[in-house]
Design a protein around this ligand. Structure first.
Ligand code: ADP
Ligand code: ZN
Length: 526
């Protein structure tokens, strides 16, 4: 597929240079283009900024008829249509407020073998809901003028992905209605499960799948133990920014709107130009903030996950997670907004005890299952395996690791640790859960750690000097190993997460538990 001897190869090269003024293809682009030009169905998985759009825009220009492009957001369509206009290519979008003239021009083009409009952008709702549009699309297909269908952010069809859109699911009818029109689906993120699901739902089980390497060598991954107070976390963030990223752009992902505001205010007090972006901001405020950030008038955006799709700023030097994400996919995609220009960038995550239970209770309420979240906890809790390797493995790629001198905290030895025998503290925690439950008290993670600290001080055990952070690390370890598990209690207002015995608790009867504890934090005196 990377050959240059297809009937269209000469025209392809010429259009690439003359229209797009691009000299060389990025990896995988040529293969994807040749495949879709050969009328194969294609799934293209490429990190954001890799140049996915070119893979359907270029074929659209050198093919007869029109290309239908499905995108999830009107703002994404607007960006692309505007871009194409600058290249002198006629593209239109059909949206709720399109003028009658525009609509007629599109419908005329759909009838014509040599259409004026080469690309027609729609949201998935047009296909699932507009009979009028579909009847024009039928005619377009029947007269042989529907040359290709491109589906952007194609992972939205799968419930296993993180951006599931019910209207995307309907897109499966396209292949049934128009079997001879090739489909090209594009996405930046995809686990094997999502890829499989996507192919099935779109009725393209035998499509060709192209993907660029997942691992971006310019990103440094670091997980830091989260300090216990808001003030200390923010101080750490401010120091990180001021020492390494003076005047350079970044994003801070926070767990809630409230959190965004708190972090943002603290940054501003420290003289950093920051603004918030979350679900409660008006559309106008959002686009203002986004624009100011693009223009470098704002240095840092404090955002919830609402700040995501459609963001394409190449020079983002850092993405900081003030709290953990709810899945590894989410984390990888959010962190991946750093360094799209290929220059060294930092992906820093603060791993906090409270955040985990906050996040589990949110995930539990959304009924999406806590399995994804527990993988994030494992990823963060780990202090021994290369983070890049863990991420690559998660997405089904083996033999990936960071190159020396190391592009993660583990390989760069930022985490100074010593292995300790923590069998006794584990047993202390289990005893506390048991004795409390006999008194009718169930304990949350925070209450359990408090109880352990009180208990070991009162009894003057050798564990009395174990810090809060170390107790928390032991609790995580017990969760990860199944010595403890979460037990959810729904009240009318919230979900309380209690801790209780896990299924592997028997392991503790006659085995030792060894755990890496941080060196820079007090150790128990023996
Ligand atoms: P994606 O959809 O994968 O996030 P885009 O299609 O928006 O990425 O492309 C990102 C940028 O890269 C665009 O400005 C595009 O013009 C540019 N681009 C695409 N392919 C190439 C290439 N082969 N060489 C140089 N620039 C490219
Ligand atoms: Zn590493």
């Amino acid at each position: 597929w990377s050959s240059k001897n297809f009937p269209w190869s000469a025209e392809l090269d010429k259009t690439l240079q003359d229209v797009f003024q691009i000299k060389h293809f990025h990896p995988v682009q040529l293969q994807a283009i040749n495949s879709t030009m050969s009328k194969c169905d294609v799934l293209l998985i490429m990190s954001t900024g890799g140049g996915k759009s070119l893979c359907f825009q270029l074929p659209a220009i050198i093919s007869k008829g029109i290309t239908l492009v499905v995108t999830p957001l009107v703002s994404l369509m607007e960006d692309q249509v505007l871009n194409l206009k600058q290249y002198g290519i006629k593209a239109h979008m059909l949206k709720a407020d399109s003028s009658m003239d525009d609509v007629m021009e599109v419908y005329d083009s759909m009838k014509s073998p040599n259409p004026q409009v080469k690309l027609v952008y729609v949201t998935p709702e047009k296909i699932s809901k507009s009979k009028q549009f579909m009847s024009h699309l039928d005619k377009c297909y029947k007269s042989g003028n529907l040359s290709r269908i491109a589906i952007d952010e194609v992972h939205c069809v799968s419930q296993w992905g993180n951006d599931f859109r019910p209207d995307y699911k309907m897109l499966g009818i396209l292949k049934r209605l128009y079997p001879s029109t090739p489909i090209i689906g594009l996405t930046a993120t995809s686990t094997n499960k999502v890829t499989f699901d996507t192919k099935q739902l779109l009725n393209i089980p035998d499509c060709l799948v192209f993907r660029t390497p997942l691992v971006r060598k310019n990103l440094f991954y670091e997980v830091r133990p989260k300090p216990t107070t808001h003030q200390k976390v923010v101080q750490d963030i401010v120091t990180t920014i001021q020492e390494n990223f003076k005047g350079e752009s970044g994003i801070i992902y926070c767990i809630s709107c409230r959190n965004c505001t708190d972090v943002c205010n603290s940054l501003i007090k420290s003289g950093i130009r920051a603004a918030v972006y979350h679900a409660r901001c008006s559309a106008k405020k959002k686009s203002e903030v986004h624009q100011q950030w693009l223009n470098n008038e704002i240095q840092v955006i404090c955002a919830t996950v609402a700040f995501g799709m459609g963001i394409n700023k190449p020079q983002v030097r850092f993405v900081i997670h003030h709290s953990i994400s709810k899945s590894v996919e989410n984390y990888f995609q959010e962190a991946g907004r750093a360094g799209r220009d290929g220059k060294p960038s930092l992906c820093l995550l603060y791993f906090g005890f409270w955040d985990v239970f906050r996040q589990t209770s949110m995930v539990f309420r959304e009924r999406t299952g806590t399995e994804n979240l527990s993988k994030v906890v494992k990823f963060c809790h780990n202090l021994k395996t290369c983070r890049v390797e863990l991420l690559a493995n998660h997405f089904g790629e083996v033999n990936e690791q960071c190159q020396s001198p190391g592009m993660c905290d583990v390989c760069s030895n930022l985490q100074k640790t010593t292995k300790k025998d923590v069998t006794e503290p584990c047993k202390v925690l289990l005893r506390l859960i048991k004795s409390n439950s006999m008194d009718g008290n169930r304990l949350t993670g925070i209450q359990l750690v408090d109880a352990a600290i009180r208990d070991s001080k009162n009894r003057k055990t050798k564990w009395k000097d174990l810090s809060r952070h170390e107790w928390q690390r032991i609790v995580f370890d017990m969760l990860v190993n199944g010595f403890l598990r979460e037990d959810y209690h729904l009240t009318s207002r919230s979900t309380i997460v209690y801790l209780t015995y896990g299924r592997n608790v028997r392991f503790l009867l006659n085995n030792k538990v060894m755990l890496d504890l941080h060196d820079n934090i007090q150790q128990p005196k023996n």
